[in-house]
Design a protein around this ligand. Structure first.
Ligand code: A2P
Length: 316
């Protein structure tokens, strides 16, 4: 029996520290992935409206509950508000749509996906006219609407994604601080300062792209290796695990939540089995030395097509 790692949120909720990522999981594959994960013992699904697959994820959750693989109480479901619904009256309807797609009465966690706003109805901006600045769509107002959604019982917790200390502090001024901040994190982008900040403010950090998201579009030629990094490989051999398992075990051991994506049953199982992998202090120190502050997701898209945003400004 695998002990499932959990972290406590400020409210006292127990947040499963390992989950299935569903970004890039296509409709047509994600149903089987979610069913496999819930059969294997996953207790946490990480979703988002913009992934375009919540209807299928919802069907899989419904069928898994009907099959007795899991109960709603045992399952943690996260989703995210897309950039085109930041205006305060648009938050509740966007959340209702996600709940309807996922066939759920409530979420466990709802996050503001990016500190970036588009005009209502714009999926991905094509011209300068499609964007809203943060003066036009203040994050403080989006956050107030998120807190109201929590108050209304639509999500047990609320938080943000892709934000740094400056924005987290500003939101804390609005009322309650975010309970979770989901950011890219792996050995090349360890985010140690941000993790320290989050720990000091009782904000749990969730690590996305923990395996380097090699199934991304627009990959760069000079990206540093992660799954086949020689140092990670050496450690993997020492603990008789795969490199993916080492990356997952590392993320959990340093006190973050981690959400590796897979649509392959064997890899979904392998990633779950990472919960049994133990790294030594020496391994942790060796991996700590690999940090190069490298983002696989550099935010350049959000600075193109007439955008008022800059890549440097996004993650503040
Ligand atoms: P697949 O879905 O075919 O398993 P990230 O979680 O960082 O976004 O990375 C997801 C990528 O890593 C996907 O291409 C996924 O492929 C692949 N992946 C997931 N688990 C493993 C694993 N255990 N070993 C190798 N690749 C994996």
């Amino acid at each position: 029996m695998t002990t499932y790692p959990t972290l406590k949120l400020r409210s006292g909720l127990s947040f499963p520290a390992f989950g299935l990522g569903t970004w890039k999981s296509k409709p047509g594959e994600v149903y089987d992935a979610v069913r496999a994960a819930l059969e294997i013992g996953y207790r946490h699904l990480d979703c988002a409206a913009v992934y375009g697959n919540e209807t299928e994820v919802g069907q899989a959750i419904k069928d898994a509950i009907a099959a007795g693989d899991i109960t709603r109480d045992e399952l943690w479901v996260t989703s995210k508000l897309w950039n085109n619904a930041h205006l305060k009256d648009d938050v509740a309807p966007a959340l209702e749509q996600t709940l309807s797609d996922l066939q759920l009465d409530y979420l466990d966690l709802y996050l503001i996906h990016w500190p970036i706003a588009f005009k209502p109805g714009v999926g991905f901006p094509r011209s300068a006219d499609d964007w809203l600045t943060l003066e036009e769509a203040p994050l403080s107002e989006t956050w107030e609407a998120m807190l109201a959604a929590k108050e209304a019982g639509k999500s047990r917790a609320v938080g943000v994604s892709n934000m740094g200390p400056e924005r987290l502090s500003a939101l804390a001024e609005v009322g309650e601080a975010p309970e979770v901040n989901q950011v890219e994190s792996h050995p090349h982008l360890q985010q140690s300062d941000l993790l320290d900040f989050c720990n000091a403010h009782d904000i749990v950090l969730t690590a996305y792209s923990p395996l380097g998201s090699t199934d991304r579009e627009n990959r760069k030629d000079d990206e540093p290796p992660l799954l086949n990094h020689p140092t990670i490989k050496t450690i993997a051999d020492e603990v008789e695990a795969s490199t993916a398992q080492v990356l997952i075990a590392w993320a959990i051991a340093r006190g973050t939540v981690v959400i590796p994506k897979s649509v392959n049953r064997n890899r979904i199982q392998q990633n779950f089995d990472a919960l049994k992998v133990e790294l030594t202090d020496e391994h942790m120190k060796t991996i700590a030395s690999l940090d190069k502050g490298y983002r696989y997701l550099d935010g350049k898209f959000f600075a193109s097509n007439g955008s008022p945003y800059t890549p440097e400004g996004i993650y503040r």
